[in-house]
Design a binder for this molecule. Structure first.
Ligand code: BGC
Length: 762
């Protein structure tokens, strides 16, 4: 496609047309200039392509539902995500879909967000790694992705209008960081902007977000499309860098675009920039088309394999699991027969087949089954309960399949609580009373409160694990596969423990992200709160020993890479996998920072008795925080602990590294600077300290103890601003203008110093 030539030949009307879809799922075609339409479809964990004979845009072809993002992230396995991406890419290529809409990598701020099942994690590093691998996989098949929902779409309540009020550091370190690595490393063909506003400005017309950060800071060269119906002011969106409005605006915004250009409000350059990116996408999609085929059964088997890598064994008291085929086993609960394995909304897949645990168990042994509860409403059913208790009593071990029914969580609305249906809780209580050897298998998109956690001997968290969930469950329950998932989010004990509790889902149109940086484990750790299950937790049928933690250096700086190595040994009797987690913890930072942050993870597959090395590379970014004084990442000079472990709570080995950074931050002093702040900076102290000895705060009269009195005076001076030093000093020459002149001199010295250091470090 000769894009320059096409742009020069397009009329304004045609350009305006190209800037929105032709319908729900296609871009516009312009026959006159041979511009074909391309098709986009949801995503993210399966293909939801509109079928040819669809009555409405949501009638989809039969496809495969893989585990959803909340489950996938528990695999902590980049390779697995890439494999999933490749399978999705194959399906799209075969079905003539050019872009699959996903992955979604919004941060899980609250367990209540209705769409958490579509998102990866509370931790930006983990979310970014999962998204990057997913994109890499899909795009290796010549199919594009749409990284969504950029950004701050962390709830469903008023999702098309709320304003996420977030401070710059939190924005960069959490909510943007989740998108940054996938954009930079995997270069998604498209990015989808979110519905909401950020600090008052709609994402769909947010120049700071779509151009300054995405394109200028991160170097993104692909297309930005709107979420479906996210556009507010289309010309403002074009100026901000929103290339494509989806779905079709039915010509309504075409008229507005034309008027804006004709009146001079919108430049033709801005329009052309967006048109160019639409054409580049169409061209790339056309060039990448291939004669692909895909095999549904194979992908179903892959869905089962992936599911078995995602499930998290939360508890296994006395080694209750794995089950023995020769035992008498009861499967209890409707989810054994009709599992809940995906969420509602735009990601809903029209599955060609579903494997339940009840069906899959036939390959293992005979079990008795009792339905236990109903899912259409939360109603206790005496007959079902009695039948379940009877089955549990007669069995050696009972397995209750429970979780959240569809109505409890979905796109489109948030949960208001974290409880499971009372009828299921009652069933679990009664089954445990009848048989102490009870396993609870959970199916839910997001954490639930577990009043049974202390009494159930084993708990297996499946999340929403895709259409082959039953097969994976049986392989895990009977020990053919050892569980290897780790929680990608903290499970609070109860909702009120969660840091966003006081400000979720906000007041009217405003949601204040008042917990700032302290989302998930970062909050629980700093507050010394014990959650039900911590971030990174997950058991195995084996045990692992960590040894020989080595660091390639004892000191690093902005330019060096630190290599960290650790040996992991499978000390149990079965082959298994362990996810080694690496956290960095600043020692005595001068700014507010979480106690530690995940900066590396490696999933290691180990035969019984085998030892392997896990290797991590850490760079500046692993140590840095976002410093708003320089609008950049900054790793402070000082010591940092390198913590390596099996979960955020279970740190097995640690060492320390010195990060050398002699570049100080720019400093500015004024009349409100405190004496204590002045004393902390040598240049400032040298200039102002002589004045401080002349300050008269009125003595410590009335104080019984002289030492206490002196302590009080010292502290009063420390907290005193320079403007007050002027009036509290008996020195006629020290006037406000004299003090201002001294400050000017100091600020010049500091600015020159900063420039000198900045030059040196470039
Ligand atoms: C969702 C997107 C989805 C789009 C198309 C929107 O409502 O937020 O995630 O890709 O619809 O179905």
């Amino acid at each position: 496609m000769n894009i320059d030539k096409i742009i020069s030949e397009l009329t304004l009307e045609e350009k305006a047309q190209l800037l929105s879809g032709s319908d729900f799922w296609h871009t516009q075609k312009i026959e006159r200039l041979d511009i074909p339409p391309i098709m986009v479809s949801d995503g993210p964990h399966g293909l939801r392509k509109m079928s040819d004979d669809a009555q409405n845009p949501n009638d989809a072809i039969k496809a495969v539902c893989f585990p959803t993002a909340s489950a996938l992230a528990c695999s902590f396995d980049r390779e697995l995500l890439e494999t999933l991406g490749k399978a999705l890419g194959e399906e799209c290529a075969a079905e003539n879909v050019s872009v699959i809409l996903g992955p979604g990598c919004n941060i899980k701020r609250s367990p209540l967000c209705g769409r958490n099942f579509e998102y990866f994690s509370e931790d930006p590093y983990l979310a970014s790694q999962m998204a990057a691998a997913h994109i890499k996989g899909v795009q290796s098949k010549g199919v594009g992705t749409s990284l969504k929902h950029f950004a701050m779409n962390n709830q469903e309540t008023r999702r098309m209008s709320y304003s996420a009020e977030v401070d710059e550091r939190t924005f960069r370190e959490l909510y943007l960081a989740a998108f940054e690595a996938p954009v930079k490393e995997s270069k998604p063909w498209t990015v989808m902007c979110s519905y909401n506003r950020i600090n008052g400005v709609h994402s769909s017309q947010n120049k700071y977000l779509l151009t300054d950060i995405l394109r200028d800071d991160w170097g993104y060269e692909g297309l930005v499309m709107s979420d479906w119906g996210a556009v507010d002011d289309r010309p403002a969106g074009i100026d901000a860098g929103l290339d494509l409005e989806m779905p079709s605006c039915n010509g309504k915004n075409d008229v507005i675009i034309k008027e804006a250009v004709n009146s001079g409000k919108l430049s033709m350059e801005s329009v052309d920039a967006c048109v160019r990116r639409v054409l580049e996408l169409v061209d790339k999609a056309e060039e990448s088309k291939s004669e692909a085929v895909w095999d549904k059964q194979k992908h179903h088997a892959l869905a089962a394999k992936i599911a078995s890598e995602c499930a998290v064994l939360l508890k296994n008291e006395g080694g209750l699991l794995p089950l023995d085929k020769n035992e008498k086993i009861a499967f209890i609960g409707e989810f054994a027969d009709k599992p809940r394995f995906q969420g509602g909304g735009s990601s809903h897949i029209n599955c060609f087949k579903v494997t339940s645990a009840l069906e899959a168990v036939k390959d293992h042994c005979d079990v008795t089954y009792a339905k236990g509860y109903v899912t259409d409403e939360d109603r206790s059913d005496k007959a079902l309960l009695d039948e379940a208790v009877k089955a549990a009593k007669a069995a050696d071990k009972a397995v209750v399949f429970a979780g959240l029914p569809d109505s409890f969580e979905s796109e489109g609305y948030d949960r208001t609580h974290m409880k499971m249906p009372e009828c299921q809780l009652e069933l679990i209580r009664e089954v445990i009373k009848a048989n102490e050897n009870t396993v609870v298998v959970l199916h839910n998109g997001s954490p639930v409160e577990m009043p049974f956690a202390a009494d159930a001997k084993a708990i297996l968290e499946m999340y929403l694990c895709g259409q082959a969930v039953g097969q994976a469950e049986c392989e895990l329950l009977f020990g053919e596969v050892s569980p290897s998932g780790k929680l990608a989010e903290t499970f609070p004990e109860y909702l009120e423990q969660n840091p966003s509790f006081l400000s979720f889902p906000g007041q009217e149109d405003t949601v204040r992200y008042s917990e700032g940086l302290y989302v998930g484990y970062k909050y629980y750790e700093k507050k010394k709160l014990r959650p039900l299950f911590p971030f990174g937790h997950g058991l195995s049928y084996s045990t692992f020993e960590y040894s020989d933690l080595t660091l390639s250096d004892s000191e690093i700086d902005d330019k060096k890479i630190l290599t960290v190595m650790v040996n992991v040994t499978n000390t149990g009797k079965v082959d298994a996998k362990e996810t080694v987690q690496l956290y960095v913890a600043p020692v005595g930072p001068s700014v507010d920072r979480p106690l530690k942050e995940l900066k590396g993870f490696e999933k290691v597959s180990l035969k019984a008795g085998e030892t392997k090395k896990a290797v991590f590379k850490l760079d500046k970014r692993s140590f840095a925080y976002y410093e708003t004084k320089i609008d950049d990442w900054y790793a402070e000079d000082g010591m940092y602990k390198i913590l390596v472990g099996s979960s955020s709570e279970d740190i097995r080995l640690e060492d320390q590294i010195y990060y050398s950074n002699k570049m100080s931050l720019p400093m500015h002093f004024d009349l409100n600077t405190l004496c204590g702040e002045i004393r902390a900076v040598p240049e400032a102290k040298a200039m102002f300290e002589p004045l401080f000895s002349k300050i008269d705060v009125g003595g410590g009269e009335g104080q019984a103890d002289e030492a206490i009195s002196q302590q009080m005076i010292d502290n009063m001076i420390k907290e005193m601003p320079l403007r007050t030093v002027i009036t509290f000093t008996d020195a006629p020459e020290l006037t406000r203008s004299r003090m201002s002149a001294m400050l000017d001199e100091l600020n010049t010295i500091m600015a020159e110093k900063y420039e000198r250091e900045a030059d040196r470090t470039i």
